[in-house]
Design a protein around this ligand. Structure first.
Ligand SMILES: Nc1nc2c(ncn2[C@@H]2O[C@H](COP(=O)(O)OP(=O)(O)OP(=O)(O)O)[C@@H](O)[C@H]2O)c(=O)[nH]1
Ligand SMILES: [Mg+2]
Length: 374
């Protein structure tokens, strides 16, 4: 962490008048007690939890819920512990480390409020004393706010440890648990490398009936006021929300994921179009096949019909030939028979015409009185 650098203004310029309204910004991780501290510093009752009651007394809404309670930067004008000689404007902000990943949008809302406000006198980093470790959440909060507000943040930073109870019971409990406020403060200063960082332990929900608790509260809040009073105002009109490294990575991851999803979607569309084209081509191919098949069937059918016709004609022809052959044979036979008959008749006639019954040799000419074939 960077060190606390000195302002370029002179101490008298920086100090400002105690009657000037001091603008304070309560920051820190979620649920540490920012809103409760804001209320108690405005002299309001920090134990009022319900929204309606808080509005009646014009304080910030607080909640014991694990969900982030303050969801936008809110501002209240009032007086330090109700003392009208100490006017204050307190900004309560949504806690860093929101369970629903809204840190960056919370920071945007804060930056917008800051740009409108233009100047801030003190950043009060609220931390829960019961969880004193400087963890990853604290480091990321600190880095991001340092980047947003620059040196002004370091210069005008105060830490308030909430839930530090000053009762003798609580002191004994801390002794038993070996819990030390001094060690906690040293730890924070070492972590942030700001050795003169003002740190105050304040129990916003102290018992006002308890003399020690009440006295300690007055003492610590007066000391806190003294520090704030001496801070010069810091310009915040150019503040822009900054992303943590993790948020930046998440943003890039989401963008990549979206582009992968878009590509997947485009591929899915392409595959769908290809499948539709395939289906169309298969259907056209099937139609073509069906056309060819029916053409082949009709060719085959007409071929078979022609063959059958030819077979029928050939068998008719064969039958006709057979019949003709039979008729021919019959005629031939008839002819042979007739011929034989003629020859026999001729022979008989010849015999009759030969003188002496043919004993003189065969007759060479035809018979004169009767035709030869009768
Ligand atoms: N005992 C004790 N309880 C406290 C103190 N500060 C806050 N609480 C309790 O802690 C719970 C959360 O307090 P809030 O003031 O709502 O905390 P916050 O930081 O504003 O929370 P977000 O707005 O959600 O970030 C409430 O139940 C408070 O009563 C304190 O100093 N002492
Ligand atoms: Mg709050």
């Amino acid at each position: 962490m960077a060190g606390r650098s000195s302002s370029e203004e002179t101490p008298s310029q920086r100090r400002g008048s105690s009657r000037d309204k001091k603008t304070l910004v309560l920051v820190g991780t979620t649920g540490v007690g920012k809103s409760s501290l804001g209320n108690v510093l405005l002299g309001l009752d920090p134990t009022v939890e319900s929204d309606d009651d808080q509005q009646q007394q014009e304080g910030f809404v607080t909640s014991a819920s694990t969900e982030t309670c303050t969801e936008a930067a809110e501002c209240r004008d009032g007086f330090w512990l109700g003392n009208t000689s100490k006017p204050v404007r307190i900004f309560d902000t949504p806690g860093h480390g929101d369970a629903n990943d809204r840190d960056y949008s919370f920071r945007e809302s804060l930056a917008e409020s800051m740009r409108r406000e233009k100047h801030v006198h003190a950043f009060i980093w609220v931390k829960n004393f019961e969880e004193p470790r400087f963890d990853h959440q604290d480091a990321s909060f600190f880095n991001v706010f340092s980047q947003m507000f620059g040196n002004g943040f370091m210069r005008n930073l105060v830490v308030v440890l909430t839930r530090y109870n000053y009762s003798s019971d609580a002191r004994r409990r801390r002794q038993r648990a070996n819990s030390s406020l001094t060690r906690t403060m040293e730890g924070i200063r070492n972590q942030l490398r700001i050795q003169d960082l003002p740190i105050f332990a304040i129990d916003a929900l102290h018992d006002p009936e308890d003399e020690t608790q009440s006295r300690k509260f007055q003492e610590k809040s007066a000391a806190l006021w003294d520090v704030i009073r001496d801070f010069s105002r810091q310009p915040v009109s150019n503040v822009q929300a900054v992303k943590t490294e993790l948020e930046e990575l998440n943003r890039r991851y989401k963008r990549l994921q979206k582009s992968v999803e878009k590509k997947d979607e485009a591929h899915a569309q392409e595959i769908k179009a290809i499948k539709a084209k395939q289906k169309e081509l298969r259907r056209a191919q099937k139609d073509e096949e069906n056309k060819w098949e029916s053409l082949l069937d009709s060719v085959k059918e007409s071929y078979e019909n022609s063959c059958a016709e030819m077979r029928r004609m050939s068998s008719d022809h064969q039958a006709g030939m057979k019949k003709l052959e039979e008729q021919n044979a019959e005629l031939k036979a008839k002819y042979q028979r007739q011929k034989k008959k003629v020859e026999d008749l001729q022979a008989a006639q010849n015999q009759r015409q030969e003188p002496f019954g043919g004993l003189l040799g065969p007759c060479t000419g035809p018979p004169r009185h009767r035709p030869w074939f009768s």
